[in-house]
Write a protein that binds this ligand. Structure first.
Ligand SMILES: CC1=C(/C=C/C(C)=C/C=C/C(C)=C/C=C/C=C(C)/C=C/C=C(C)/C=C/C2=C(C)CCCC2(C)C)C(C)(C)CCC1
Ligand SMILES: [Fe+2]
Length: 327
């Protein structure tokens, strides 16, 4: 469970470049129009974001060291699509509940991705076992999902409303009201407690194991991301995080596994399903893809449908690689 040299440093440079570069642009981004803030989402359709899930059906073969076989591959793709279709049905039937479920699933999935990254970077010496790793995942996932909620509730409500309206035009209001009903102070206190407990637990274990370096690097990332999500407009910060942080780290995990470490080959493998997914999103949401925030909302619901099977694949990888339980 390590990132090869080039992927490790390339991944860290992109992730931190995105965070620090955005922070440097804060004054310009603060008043930027929605068309600019949506740019990370637009580019995610072809680079890093959408492609990061597009090789999912190849993963089981690669992990078992088996050659690709057309029959099982087709069955995996059909199962992937069927699960996605079920998720879309849920968005149609109960958009507010689906939006809440999606935010919670993203919290878990982005946290899960970062726990793997902490381990693959060798920054986990202060994490003693499964319970502490689960807390690490909860903290890492809370940064993109809960900090913008506390710091920018109106925008958060607008985006969640746009998602709820993607398949149910009058679904926005209930979702908006739900978000605006959560007091920011409660979210800030919750975040403070979560991160505080995590830091203290890390310090206790770090002291016992003399793991100051990994504790310091981990907490520096947590602090940097907390500032990033608190300060920048959420459409921008969550989009940049999705592409340059979450997707890059996942691709760094996949590259050596499915493409012999070649970024070019990985992009080639990812291209067909990326284009297929884009075509499907275009078809399903042809009506909703109007207006900047509305389009991001519809695109996010398309991604939400793909997220559920994607999380199944990543959870299976975690299990096989003993991410939560191994030493
Ligand atoms: C393979 C395959 C395919 C493809 C697939 C793919 C391509 C996948 C992908 C996947 C993916 C790509 C995933 C992703 C994920 C993502 C996520 C999970 C996100 C989330 C986000 C959110 C949730 C956010 C939100 C917000 C904002 C934006 C602002 C503020 C507010 C809030 C925070 C709300 C197909 C179908 C063709 C076929 C079959 C097979
Ligand atoms: Fe992912």
């Amino acid at each position: 469970m390590t990132f090869p040299f080039a992927w490790r440093w390339g991944g860290l440079a992109l992730a931190w470049g995105g965070v620090l570069g955005s922070l440097a642009l804060t004054p310009a981004l603060a008043d930027a129009p929605a068309a600019v803030l949506a740019l990370p989402w637009v580019s995610s359709a072809v680079v890093l974001g959408l492609p990061h899930g597009a090789v999912d059906p190849l993963v089981p073969f690669a992990m078992r060291g088996e050659p690709l076989r057309l029959g099982p591959l087709a069955r995996l793709c059909v199962a992937y699509l069927a699960l996605g279709a079920l998720v879309l049905a849920a968005w149609w039937a109960a958009p507010t509940a689906a939006a809440v479920g999606f935010v919670l699933l993203t919290w878990a999935h982005w946290g899960q991705g970062d726990v793997y990254a902490l381990r693959a970077l060798g920054w986990d010496a202060h994490l003693a076992g499964p319970a502490q790793r689960v807390l690490a995942g909860a903290v890492r996932g809370a940064l993109p999902m809960a900090v913008p909620l506390a710091a920018h509730p109106e925008v958060y409500a607008e985006v969640v409303g746009a998602m709820a309206a993607a398949l149910q035009p009058d679904g926005a209001e209930a979702a908006r009201r739900l978000v605006l009903g959560i007091p920011s102070a409660v979210v800030w206190v919750g975040l403070g407690v979560l991160i505080g407990v995590y830091a203290m637990w890390g310090a206790v274990v770090g002291r016992r194991r003399r793991a100051w370096r990994s504790l310091g690097l981990d907490l520096a990332e947590v602090a940097g991301l907390a500032v990033f999500f608190a300060v920048l407009p959420p459409l921008w910060s969550v989009g940049v995080y999705f592409c340059l942080w979450h997707a890059v780290r996942h691709l760094a995990r996949l590259g050596p596994l499915v493409a012999d470490g070649s970024a070019r080959r990985l992009s080639l493998y990812a291209a067909p399903a990326t284009l297929g997914a884009l075509a499907l999103i275009g078809l399903v949401f042809a009506d909703a893809l109007r207006g900047r925030v509305a389009s991001v909302g519809a695109y996010l619901v398309g991604i939400a449908a793909l997220t559920v099977p994607h999380v199944v694949v990543v959870a299976w990888m975690d299990l096989r690689q003993h991410v939560w339980t191994g030493r």
